[in-house]
Design a protein around this ligand. Structure first.
Ligand code: PGA
Length: 263
Protein backbone atom coordinates (compact mmCIF):
# COMPACT_ATOMS: atom_id res chain seq x y z
CA UNK A 1 0.00 0.00 0.00
CA UNK A 2 1.51 3.31 -1.02
CA UNK A 3 -1.12 5.34 0.80
CA UNK A 4 -1.49 7.86 -2.02
CA UNK A 5 -3.57 10.89 -1.06
CA UNK A 6 -5.21 11.02 -4.48
CA UNK A 7 -8.27 8.79 -4.81
CA UNK A 8 -7.73 6.71 -7.95
CA UNK A 9 -10.24 6.45 -10.79
CA UNK A 10 -10.87 3.34 -12.84
CA UNK A 11 -12.95 4.15 -15.89
CA UNK A 12 -14.16 1.68 -18.51
CA UNK A 13 -14.27 3.12 -22.02
CA UNK A 14 -16.58 0.79 -23.94
CA UNK A 15 -16.12 2.72 -27.21
CA UNK A 16 -18.51 1.41 -29.95
CA UNK A 17 -19.20 -1.80 -27.99
CA UNK A 18 -21.02 -4.05 -27.04
CA UNK A 19 -24.51 -5.12 -28.14
CA UNK A 20 -27.38 -4.47 -25.70
CA UNK A 21 -27.65 -7.96 -24.19
CA UNK A 22 -23.89 -8.15 -23.62
CA UNK A 23 -23.92 -4.70 -22.04
CA UNK A 24 -26.61 -5.79 -19.59
CA UNK A 25 -24.68 -8.96 -18.74
CA UNK A 26 -21.47 -6.98 -18.30
CA UNK A 27 -23.05 -4.55 -15.85
CA UNK A 28 -24.80 -7.25 -13.87
CA UNK A 29 -21.59 -9.30 -13.74
CA UNK A 30 -19.66 -6.30 -12.45
CA UNK A 31 -22.34 -5.51 -9.85
CA UNK A 32 -22.18 -9.10 -8.57
CA UNK A 33 -18.41 -8.93 -8.19
CA UNK A 34 -18.73 -5.67 -6.24
CA UNK A 35 -21.37 -7.23 -4.03
CA UNK A 36 -19.20 -10.26 -3.29
CA UNK A 37 -16.12 -8.23 -2.49
CA UNK A 38 -16.78 -4.56 -2.25
CA UNK A 39 -14.28 -1.97 -3.41
CA UNK A 40 -14.72 0.90 -1.00
CA UNK A 41 -15.89 4.21 -2.34
CA UNK A 42 -13.04 6.09 -0.66
CA UNK A 43 -10.43 3.73 -2.16
CA UNK A 44 -11.38 4.16 -5.82
CA UNK A 45 -13.87 6.01 -8.00
CA UNK A 46 -15.45 3.66 -10.52
CA UNK A 47 -17.04 4.66 -13.79
CA UNK A 48 -18.08 3.24 -17.14
CA UNK A 49 -18.53 5.03 -20.44
CA UNK A 50 -21.05 3.12 -22.57
CA UNK A 51 -22.31 4.21 -25.98
CA UNK A 52 -24.65 7.17 -25.87
CA UNK A 53 -27.48 4.83 -26.76
CA UNK A 54 -26.85 2.63 -23.71
CA UNK A 55 -25.94 5.42 -21.27
CA UNK A 56 -29.35 5.84 -19.63
CA UNK A 57 -29.97 2.11 -19.41
CA UNK A 58 -26.57 1.41 -17.87
CA UNK A 59 -27.08 4.28 -15.43
CA UNK A 60 -30.45 2.81 -14.39
CA UNK A 61 -28.94 -0.65 -14.06
CA UNK A 62 -26.15 0.70 -11.85
CA UNK A 63 -28.52 2.64 -9.59
CA UNK A 64 -28.88 -0.23 -7.09
CA UNK A 65 -25.22 -1.21 -7.11
CA UNK A 66 -23.62 -1.63 -3.64
CA UNK A 67 -21.55 1.48 -4.30
CA UNK A 68 -21.48 4.37 -6.74
CA UNK A 69 -20.40 3.52 -10.27
CA UNK A 70 -20.64 6.62 -12.41
CA UNK A 71 -21.92 6.67 -15.96
CA UNK A 72 -19.69 8.69 -18.25
CA UNK A 73 -20.47 10.10 -21.70
CA UNK A 74 -17.87 9.25 -24.34
CA UNK A 75 -18.32 12.60 -26.03
CA UNK A 76 -20.16 15.91 -25.86
CA UNK A 77 -21.08 18.57 -28.38
CA UNK A 78 -18.87 21.61 -28.96
CA UNK A 79 -22.15 23.54 -28.95
CA UNK A 80 -23.87 24.44 -25.68
CA UNK A 81 -27.54 24.38 -24.72
CA UNK A 82 -30.32 23.17 -27.00
CA UNK A 83 -31.18 23.94 -30.61
CA UNK A 84 -31.20 22.84 -34.22
CA UNK A 85 -28.02 20.73 -34.24
CA UNK A 86 -28.95 17.34 -35.66
CA UNK A 87 -27.10 14.47 -34.03
CA UNK A 88 -25.53 16.51 -31.25
CA UNK A 89 -25.82 16.11 -27.48
CA UNK A 90 -24.83 19.11 -25.38
CA UNK A 91 -23.30 19.23 -21.91
CA UNK A 92 -26.56 20.68 -20.58
CA UNK A 93 -28.54 17.71 -21.94
CA UNK A 94 -26.10 15.30 -20.29
CA UNK A 95 -26.47 17.10 -16.96
CA UNK A 96 -30.26 17.09 -17.39
CA UNK A 97 -29.96 13.30 -17.62
CA UNK A 98 -27.88 13.25 -14.41
CA UNK A 99 -24.65 12.36 -16.20
CA UNK A 100 -21.74 13.75 -14.20
CA UNK A 101 -18.69 13.08 -16.29
CA UNK A 102 -17.48 13.11 -19.91
CA UNK A 103 -14.45 11.98 -21.91
CA UNK A 104 -12.95 14.69 -24.11
CA UNK A 105 -9.93 14.59 -26.42
CA UNK A 106 -9.62 10.84 -26.88
CA UNK A 107 -7.08 10.17 -29.63
CA UNK A 108 -9.74 8.34 -31.65
CA UNK A 109 -11.81 11.56 -31.65
CA UNK A 110 -8.75 13.66 -32.47
CA UNK A 111 -7.53 11.38 -35.28
CA UNK A 112 -10.52 9.61 -36.83
CA UNK A 113 -12.99 12.46 -36.36
CA UNK A 114 -10.48 15.28 -36.89
CA UNK A 115 -11.30 17.07 -33.65
CA UNK A 116 -9.00 20.07 -33.39
CA UNK A 117 -7.71 21.76 -30.22
CA UNK A 118 -10.14 24.62 -30.92
CA UNK A 119 -13.10 22.21 -31.03
CA UNK A 120 -11.89 20.38 -27.94
CA UNK A 121 -11.61 23.67 -26.07
CA UNK A 122 -15.26 24.42 -26.85
CA UNK A 123 -16.22 20.99 -25.53
CA UNK A 124 -14.12 21.39 -22.37
CA UNK A 125 -15.45 24.88 -21.73
CA UNK A 126 -19.12 23.95 -22.11
CA UNK A 127 -18.74 20.70 -20.17
CA UNK A 128 -17.11 22.43 -17.20
CA UNK A 129 -19.52 25.36 -17.29
CA UNK A 130 -22.42 22.90 -17.18
CA UNK A 131 -20.87 21.27 -14.09
CA UNK A 132 -19.53 18.05 -15.64
CA UNK A 133 -16.24 16.48 -14.61
CA UNK A 134 -13.99 16.25 -17.66
CA UNK A 135 -11.66 13.33 -18.28
CA UNK A 136 -9.31 15.01 -20.73
CA UNK A 137 -7.22 12.60 -22.81
CA UNK A 138 -3.74 13.36 -24.08
CA UNK A 139 -1.09 11.23 -25.76
CA UNK A 140 1.57 11.09 -28.45
CA UNK A 141 1.82 8.95 -31.58
CA UNK A 142 4.63 6.43 -32.11
CA UNK A 143 6.29 8.74 -34.66
CA UNK A 144 6.22 11.60 -32.18
CA UNK A 145 7.73 9.38 -29.48
CA UNK A 146 10.42 8.10 -31.84
CA UNK A 147 11.28 11.70 -32.75
CA UNK A 148 11.68 12.62 -29.09
CA UNK A 149 8.59 14.85 -29.13
CA UNK A 150 6.36 12.89 -26.76
CA UNK A 151 6.70 15.21 -23.80
CA UNK A 152 6.30 18.38 -25.85
CA UNK A 153 3.16 17.03 -27.58
CA UNK A 154 1.51 15.95 -24.34
CA UNK A 155 2.33 19.15 -22.46
CA UNK A 156 1.03 21.21 -25.38
CA UNK A 157 -2.27 19.29 -25.24
CA UNK A 158 -2.52 20.18 -21.53
CA UNK A 159 -1.62 23.84 -22.19
CA UNK A 160 -4.28 23.99 -24.93
CA UNK A 161 -7.16 23.68 -22.46
CA UNK A 162 -5.62 26.14 -19.99
CA UNK A 163 -7.14 28.86 -22.17
CA UNK A 164 -10.68 27.80 -21.21
CA UNK A 165 -10.46 26.19 -17.76
CA UNK A 166 -11.06 28.70 -14.95
CA UNK A 167 -9.03 28.63 -11.72
CA UNK A 168 -11.67 26.70 -9.75
CA UNK A 169 -12.63 24.39 -12.63
CA UNK A 170 -9.27 22.57 -12.55
CA UNK A 171 -10.73 20.65 -9.60
CA UNK A 172 -13.18 19.07 -12.06
CA UNK A 173 -10.53 17.98 -14.57
CA UNK A 174 -9.00 14.50 -14.61
CA UNK A 175 -6.19 13.91 -17.11
CA UNK A 176 -5.81 10.59 -18.93
CA UNK A 177 -2.44 9.92 -20.53
CA UNK A 178 -2.94 7.47 -23.38
CA UNK A 179 0.03 6.97 -25.71
CA UNK A 180 -1.65 6.32 -29.06
CA UNK A 181 0.71 3.44 -29.89
CA UNK A 182 -0.47 1.58 -26.76
CA UNK A 183 -4.22 1.86 -27.39
CA UNK A 184 -5.80 -1.44 -28.39
CA UNK A 185 -2.43 -2.78 -29.51
CA UNK A 186 -1.58 -4.93 -26.52
CA UNK A 187 1.57 -2.79 -26.08
CA UNK A 188 1.57 -1.03 -22.74
CA UNK A 189 4.00 1.73 -21.92
CA UNK A 190 6.41 0.30 -19.36
CA UNK A 191 5.49 1.41 -15.84
CA UNK A 192 8.75 3.40 -15.78
CA UNK A 193 7.95 5.22 -19.07
CA UNK A 194 4.37 5.86 -18.00
CA UNK A 195 5.45 7.13 -14.59
CA UNK A 196 8.05 9.43 -16.23
CA UNK A 197 5.38 11.00 -18.45
CA UNK A 198 2.89 11.25 -15.59
CA UNK A 199 5.51 13.07 -13.50
CA UNK A 200 6.01 15.55 -16.37
CA UNK A 201 2.26 16.02 -16.69
CA UNK A 202 2.03 16.62 -12.93
CA UNK A 203 4.83 19.19 -13.18
CA UNK A 204 3.07 20.92 -16.08
CA UNK A 205 -0.28 20.95 -14.28
CA UNK A 206 1.33 22.30 -11.11
CA UNK A 207 2.71 25.23 -13.09
CA UNK A 208 -0.77 25.98 -14.39
CA UNK A 209 -2.93 25.39 -11.30
CA UNK A 210 -2.50 25.05 -7.53
CA UNK A 211 -4.70 21.92 -7.82
CA UNK A 212 -1.95 20.21 -9.90
CA UNK A 213 -0.47 18.18 -7.01
CA UNK A 214 -3.88 16.71 -6.12
CA UNK A 215 -5.22 16.04 -9.64
CA UNK A 216 -5.80 12.45 -10.74
CA UNK A 217 -3.74 11.47 -13.77
CA UNK A 218 -4.95 8.20 -15.30
CA UNK A 219 -3.00 5.91 -17.60
CA UNK A 220 -4.67 4.31 -20.61
CA UNK A 221 -3.44 1.98 -23.33
CA UNK A 222 -3.77 -1.80 -23.06
CA UNK A 223 -4.34 -1.78 -19.30
CA UNK A 224 -5.32 -5.28 -18.21
CA UNK A 225 -5.54 -7.30 -15.02
CA UNK A 226 -2.02 -8.60 -15.70
CA UNK A 227 -0.30 -5.20 -15.73
CA UNK A 228 -2.59 -3.17 -13.45
CA UNK A 229 -0.75 -3.88 -10.19
CA UNK A 230 2.56 -2.66 -11.58
CA UNK A 231 1.02 0.47 -13.09
CA UNK A 232 -0.95 1.18 -9.91
CA UNK A 233 2.26 1.10 -7.89
CA UNK A 234 3.64 4.16 -9.73
CA UNK A 235 3.23 7.28 -7.58
CA UNK A 236 1.85 9.55 -10.32
CA UNK A 237 -0.48 6.99 -11.93
CA UNK A 238 -3.78 7.61 -10.18
CA UNK A 239 -6.01 5.22 -12.04
CA UNK A 240 -6.74 3.82 -15.45
CA UNK A 241 -8.84 4.47 -18.52
CA UNK A 242 -9.52 0.96 -19.73
CA UNK A 243 -10.78 0.02 -23.19
CA UNK A 244 -10.73 -3.65 -24.20
CA UNK A 245 -10.34 -5.07 -20.68
CA UNK A 246 -13.39 -3.14 -19.45
CA UNK A 247 -15.61 -5.30 -21.67
CA UNK A 248 -15.13 -8.25 -19.31
CA UNK A 249 -16.53 -7.86 -15.80
CA UNK A 250 -13.77 -9.91 -14.15
CA UNK A 251 -10.82 -8.08 -15.70
CA UNK A 252 -12.38 -4.66 -15.11
CA UNK A 253 -13.01 -5.62 -11.49
CA UNK A 254 -9.42 -6.86 -11.02
CA UNK A 255 -8.04 -3.62 -12.45
CA UNK A 256 -10.24 -1.63 -10.06
CA UNK A 257 -9.01 -3.75 -7.17
CA UNK A 258 -5.37 -3.18 -8.12
CA UNK A 259 -5.83 0.59 -7.95
CA UNK A 260 -8.03 0.51 -4.83
CA UNK A 261 -5.29 -1.48 -3.07
CA UNK A 262 -2.86 1.42 -3.47
CA UNK A 263 -4.89 3.44 -0.97
P1 PGA B 1 -7.39 -0.09 -24.62
O1 PGA B 1 -8.08 1.35 -24.85
O2 PGA B 1 -7.41 -0.36 -23.14
O3 PGA B 1 -8.23 -1.05 -25.40
O4 PGA B 1 -5.99 0.02 -25.15
C1 PGA B 1 -7.87 2.40 -23.96
C2 PGA B 1 -8.59 3.64 -24.45
O5 PGA B 1 -8.54 3.94 -25.64
O6 PGA B 1 -9.22 4.35 -23.64
Amino acid sequence: MSGSAITPWVVGNWKMNPMQAEAQALVSGFKKLLQKNEIKQEDCYLAVAPTLLALAEVQAQLADSVRAVYSVAQDVSAIAGTGAYTGEVSAELLVDHRIECVLIGHSERREIFAETPAMLNEKVKHALNAGLTVIYCVGESLAQRDNGQAEQVVLQQICDIAAVVTAQQWQKVVVAYEPIWAIGTGKTASPADAQAMHAKIRQGLTQITPFGPSMAILYGGSVKAENAVELAACPDINGALVGGASLTAESFYEIAQAFANTK
